[in-house]
Write a protein that binds this ligand. Structure first.
Ligand code: NI
Length: 256
């Protein structure tokens, strides 16, 4: 059985499923996906996201505001704590730093990340971290705010082994997305080979970043198998082994 540790279910294209979310969820069961973590991007779309996934026991959610969302309500620590208290909310994020898509004075991103870390520590729930071209500052802020207390996930991993090691030292798991299937992802493939068996997760980040052979097309949690297959090939083990390990790691991290 597989777990998609990072997807945006309120953004996937349901047209192949007659625009029926439960119809799509039936397909995830057929594809042996036993759990999905639906990740929040902003607070404006949050109530509708909760409504969409309500009633599906195999879906957990997070709450947070993505570092690239700018024209939005910036959550205070208290707001994040209030929203994050619910049982179905198992993590805080996605949050982090992104110097690729945002420019100028990004101190607001830093403050937003700090707020998420502090809420996560109060709630004792793991963090979902997005980082892009911001390696140094991400690690620095995680350290300064004591994020290691709750740990979490470096999602959609695109860094090198040095970063992976420093993140693992801070109690974080490394989650591989469809990017690991891309031909030019040499450095990420190296990390997937070396990562300790008890420290990695798999995800789709759907509807973005579809794995090969769907690259450039809409992504679905049902494609998480392609990520598992790639990691299995790199490590010279069976897909079932990768499925079992990543599933166990997910439950260990979130204490489910
Ligand atoms: Ni995401």
């Amino acid at each position: 059985m597989l777990i998609d540790s990072h997807c945006h279910l309120d953004r996937i294209d349901l047209s192949p499923y007659e625009n029926d979310f439960s119809c799509f969820m039936q397909e995830t069961a057929v594809q042996q996906i036993e759990h999905l973590l639906c990740i929040a991007i902003d607070l404006e779309s949050y109530p509708a996201m909760l409504e969409l996934v309500a009633g599906f026991q195999q879906i957990s959610v997070t709450v947070g505001v993505h570092p690239n969302v700018q024209d939005c309500k910036d959550p205070s620590v208290d707001e994040l704590i209030a929203l994050g208290q619910h049982d179905n909310v198992i993590g805080i994020g996605e949050t982090g730093l992104d110097y690729f898509r945002s420019e100028g004075d990004l101190s607001w991103q830093h403050q937003r990340l700090r707020n998420h870390i502090n809420a996560a520590k109060t709630l004792k729930k793991p963090l979902i971290i997005h980082t892009r071209e911001a390696k140094k500052d991400t690690l620095r802020i995680l350290k300064e705010e004591g994020a290691g207390e709750v740990g979490g996930i470096i999602h959609c991993f695109t860094e090198d082994w040095d970063f992976a090691q420093q993140a693992m030292d801070l109690n974080f798991y490394i989650s591989f997305s469809g990017i690991v299937t891309f031909n030019n992802a040499t450095v990420i493939k190296e990390v997937a080979k070396k990562i300790p068996a008890d420290r990695f997760l798999i995800e789709t980040d759907s509807p973005y970043l579809a794995p090969v052979p769907f690259r450039g097309r809409p992504n679905y949690p049902t494609y998480v198998r392609y990520v598992a297959e790639q990691i299995a090939e790199l490590r010279g083990v069976s897909v079932n082994k990768i499925a079992d390990l990543s599933t166990k790691n997910f439950y260990d991290l979130f204490k489910l």
